[in-house]
Design a binder for this molecule. Structure first.
Ligand code: BGC
Ligand code: BGC
Length: 670
């Protein structure tokens, strides 16, 4: 009782001080749930349950160790683990979705982690301030539990902090694979980490290390390249920078975040490119594939001290990766020496065999340390408790899982950070800033691949374009931020339209040439007979995961764009003139453009460039040259896409590594 009075007095006092000092309503709202601002404060204020009193001194002794930021990570982990109950351990091992976790739940259970699923914005709204308020109310609640173990908050910042309105959105990984520039990856990582930290989040489920072999797969664009060496190089650089270069058992610098190498493993090799599908190989054949390179990206990320790994939804010869002990424990943890935590994918254990109890037991025994159970997190923790009591999961396995989780939490400074710090507010001020967008714009420039630079009356198309005086930019995709961003932007599947702040492609072109050329936008392809340059933007609509899986004959521009291409052809014939024709493809993967490559003078693959559409104009009309090369083989006949890696050269439209510059030279991919 006495403790309670002391606590509320201190809240009133602290609120009064805060308001007097800042006089700002925002401060009050950010910290509205509690004024607890650090673990140490929380521990002092917490009202301890009577049952723990006998243990009090052991706990006090442990706190002296685990709250001391000058001690090594391992010592702190050990001290904390030694005073944890079975319940406390089990709840550390679960992650729930924010819409299913209340502040009271956090205080009651000490849940280890919360995520925002794709597009899961706080009920307050989708601005950075709303996220900060939501994340911090949950984080503050965790500090009120008996042990005060901080809450880990995870999101999919897969191309920028993409769920939040106004974030800087980068090209999807396939475009960064075309750029093929590790230094650029580092710059991007710094911006992403700062825009994530700005809202109090410490953890991103990125990067994806897939090396897609079949573009029918809806997640093709989440992979950097079909080539494992490219993925290893780019992802390794990204992880190191995202985590601030943190070394084994050391503390991360501020503004760095926890990375997640996903999805382990084989996801790019499923039959027919099916998402969450089966890799039709025996376990022994798959081990050979691992040895031939697909493990290399994971090796590179483990070398960069990646703190978490997420298993894949796919199976190998019918056995789901989540329940595959050979892969998760023997290969990942033992052979590669991964010391971080394995986090299951969104409700993925539900796809494994058996009852719920069996799913939890098998996955945990296979090597899963934290369970992403969006809705069932409470049931999952209770199941872990039951299974440990019944001996189905050993105490040793549970302790290993908790040790791995705590290690991540200590290394990322979660015990030493202030919830809602002044620095966080500074970062909010930089969210989506011009400087951050400049990095994304540079990434767009580097990600473009010039596939054709035809000869037009003795001049190369990319020389001829400089003579433009009257440009018509065609297609709805030229004026559509949602399409240029693709999936995982504001919402999980992404959406066409004006979904966030950014520069549409046609706007970028106008800004670049306005001094010397007229620019019009024609959504449906009606042409001005005076136009000397036609820029046509075609491609795909946004999608994510299984929603992007298609049949081979579905790999083509959307029907509205096919119609657009026909209209343009008819218009040019009717006008009887001969403008320079440039085709820009906005898509997450190679698509069937055979019919148009011949008809267009120049063709540019722009992938899914993100919010900074002016990066395209910088290269097309400005002084920058094309430097990107294809990270994927592009076939001629998409009905043969399933066998594309065994097709003869004559069947390949553009090989892996292909790309031209403005002078018409073939670039070499290094
Ligand atoms: C969530 C995503 C998640 C997906 C899993 C969606 O409802 O928003 O985060 O990846 O479900 O299937
Ligand atoms: C996806 C993951 C993602 C998770 C959380 C899953 O559906 O496969 O890549 O990190 O959802 O949104």
């Amino acid at each position: 009782m006495k403790n309670k009075i002391v606590k509320s007095l201190s809240i009133i006092l602290a609120s009064a001080l805060l308001l007097a000092a800042c006089g700002k309503a925002e401060v009050e709202s950010v910290l509205s749930e509690t004024t607890v601002s650090s673990v140490a404060d929380a521990i002092e204020e917490v009202v301890e349950p009577a049952a723990e009193e006998s243990d009090g001194s052991a706990l006090e002794e442990a706190k002296k160790i685990y709250l001391d930021k000058d001690l090594p990570v391992s010592e702190r982990v050990e001290a904390l683990l030694s005073v944890m109950t079975l319940e406390e351990k089990a709840y550390q091992c679960v992650q729930g979705e924010q819409a299913n976790v209340t502040v009271e739940d956090v205080k009651r259970t000490g849940i280890g982690s919360v995520l925002s699923g794709g597009g899961s914005a706080p009920s307050y709204g989708n601005l950075p301030e709303h996220w900060q308020k939501r994340v911090n109310e949950l984080k503050a609640a965790a500090l009120e539990t008996r042990l005060g173990i901080p809450l880990l908050y995870g999101i999919d910042a897969v191309h920028g902090n993409n769920n939040i309105y106004g974030a800087t959105v980068f090209p999807h990984n396939i475009g960064l694979g075309a750029a093929n520039d590790p230094e650029l990856m580092e710059e991007i990582a710094h911006v992403v980490a700062r825009e994530v930290r700005a809202v109090g989040v410490q953890y991103s489920f990125a990067p994806c290390l897939a090396n897609p072999q079949n573009e029918r797969w809806g997640r093709t664009y989440e992979g950097f390249s079909e080539n494992t060496a490219d993925v290893a190089k780019l992802a390794g650089a990204f992880v190191a920078a995202l985590q601030g270069g943190v070394k084994d058992d050391e503390y991360m610098p501020a503004d760095a975040i926890i990375a997640c190498a996903k999805h382990f493993i084989g996801e790019g090799y499923t039959a027919e490119g099916e998402n969450q599908g089966d890799v039709k190989m025996s376990a022994a054949e798959f081990d050979e594939l691992l040895a031939m390179g697909i493990l290399d990206p994971y090796k590179a990320c483990v070398d960069s001290n990646v703190l978490t790994v997420m298993p894949s939804y796919n199976s190998i010869d019918g056995l789901k990766c989540h329940e595959n002990k050979h892969l998760l424990t023997d290969v990942l943890k033992e052979q590669l020496g991964f010391k971080g935590m394995v986090i299951s994918d969104y409700n993925a254990i539900g796809q494994c065999k058996g009852t719920y109890d069996e799913e939890v037991a098998n996955c945990m025994n296979a090597g899963v340390d934290m369970f992403m159970e969006a809705q069932e997190w409470d049931r999952c923790a209770k199941t872990i408790i039951k299974l440990v009591e019944a001996g189905e999961i050993s105490e040793e396995r549970l302790d290993d899982a908790v040790t791995r989780i705590l290690r991540v939490k200590f290394m990322s400074n979660m015990f030493d950070e202030e919830v809602g710090s002044a620095h966080e507010n500074e970062l909010i001020g930089e969210f989506g800033s011009a400087e951050n967008r400049e990095v994304a714009r540079c990434a767009v420039r580097e990600s473009l691949v010039l596939l054709k630079n035809g000869n037009v009356n003795g001049k190369l198309a990319m020389e001829k374009i400089k003579e433009a005086t009257n440009i018509t930019v065609c297609g709805t995709g030229a004026f559509d931020i949602g399409r240029q961003c693709g999936g995982w932007t504001i919402s999980w599947e992404g959406k066409s339209g004006n979904i966030t702040i950014g520069t549409p492609i046609v706007q970028g072109i106008y800004d670049e040439v306005k001094e010397y050329a007229k620019v019009s936008h024609s959504a449906r392809g009606e042409l001005d007979a005076e136009s000397d340059v036609i820029v046509t933007v075609v491609g795909e609509n946004p999608y994510s995961e299984s929603g992007g899986d298609v049949k081979a004959n579905g790999l083509k521009p959307i029907s509205g764009d096919v119609k657009l291409l026909e209209t343009i052809e008819e218009q040019i014939a009717a006008n009887g003139n001969d403008p320079l024709k440039v085709l820009i493809v906005i898509a997450g993967r190679p698509i069937d453009i055979n019919d148009y490559v011949d008809k267009y003078d120049a063709v540019v693959m722009a992938f899914l460039p993100g919010t900074e559409g002016e990066g395209i104009a910088d290269v097309l009309f400005g002084d920058y040259d094309f430097t990107g090369t294809l990270p994927m083989t592009w076939v001629k006949d998409f009905s043969k896409v399933n066998e594309k890696h065994s097709l003869p050269e004559s069947e390949i439209l553009f090989p892996y590594g292909f790309g031209l510059n403005k002078a018409g030279n073939s670039l070499t991919r290094e």
